[in-house]
Design a protein. Structure first.
Length: 267
């Protein structure tokens, strides 16, 4: 099967980093499934990427809901009959440290960023394993086409006090990445994560409008600029490609040098 026939699901694919990943994988020749709770933006992107020509599909999906995730896989099978790549990208933020964060906000962030990532990854991994076992694909061929990419963060390593739930979810996502990589290596399914630094999406809107907050963010970014979503999409493209065929169980940080700085965040 030609690499142009690869099928990719991108969760949270309607906006921001996920949208850039959907565009980039589409340019790489993949058929893309955009899974998101934002129906208007998801439908528009699927249309832009060739929905009418069978090159793209939008599926409304809340990753924190198991039935919604089952429906995502069913719709993908029905439209494209296979799955090769998952970009497990949907994520949300809530402010609050250990003294102030509500139980509801903790559950909401963990529900999307961690439980949601687990539900989608599990469903996609089962679909991939079923394809591998049903087909005559040799392990070598499989190794070059199946990839799961979790969208982590520098906050998987670097803690920020008032983002307790977010940091916790991303730290756990790094371990989910490693555990999955170990379990799926024998099938040739590679599992990696990307750890972005500060990237220019809606998540940064509040910072963009606040000079002091922006200065603080830039002061802890050695490249002294905010990243572009395309600079994360290119890492996803690499991790989904044959060029990364010996890489599994790792997180690649695209952070303008932030983690190298080992900066202590002022409170
Ligand atoms: P964004 O808010 O621009 O986009 C997130 C997308 O996820 C939206 O389309 C939203 O509708 C969707 N979404 C939210 N909840 C969902 C759910 N329950 N089910 C399905 N879709 C849902 O955010 P972004 O900045 O593009 O972030 C994408 C990922 O990158 C997240 O996992 C985030 O934690 C991570 N990340 C972002 C940055 C950054 O600076 N922007 C830095 C590090 C990591």
């Amino acid at each position: 099967m030609a690499s142009g026939d690869r099928v990719a699901i991108i969760t949270g694919g309607a906006n921001g980093i996920g949208k850039a990943c959907a565009r980039r994988l589409s340019e790489d020749g993949c058929r893309v499934v955009i899974a998101d709770i934002d129906t208007a933006a998801g439908t528009a992107l699927a249309s832009e990427l060739g929905g009418e020509r069978g090159r793209a599909l939008f599926v409304p999906c809340d990753v924190s809901d198991r039935l919604s995730v089952s429906n995502l896989l069913a719709e993908t099978r029905s439209a494209f009959d296979r799955l090769d790549i998952l970009v497990n990208n949907a994520g949300i933020v809530a402010r609050g440290d250990i003294l102030e964060l509500s139980e509801a906000d903790f559950d909401r962030v963990i529900g999307v960023n961690l439980r949601g990532a687990f539900l989608v990854a599990r469903a996609c991994a089962k679909q991939m394993v079923e394809q591998i076992e049903d087909s005559s694909e040799r392990a070598d061929d499989a190794r070059r086409r199946y990839a799961i990419i979790n969208m982590s963060s520098v906050n998987g390593i670097m803690a920020i006090p008032d983002q307790l739930a977010y940091c916790t979810s991303k730290g756990a996502l790094n371990q989910l990445t490693k555990s999955m990589a170990l379990a799926l290596a024998k099938y040739g399914i590679r599992v990696n994560a990307i750890g972005p630094g500060s990237i220019n999406t809606d998540v940064l809107k509040a910072v963009n409008d606040d000079k002091a907050a922006m200065d603080k963010m830039l002061s802890r970014t050695p490249m002294h600029r905010i990243g572009d979503p395309d600079e994360i999409a290119s890492v996803a493209s690499f991790l989904a490609s044959k060029d990364s065929s010996y890489i599994t169980g790792t997180t690649i940080y695209a952070d303008g040098g932030r983690l190298a700085l080992n900066y202590i965040v002022p409170t």
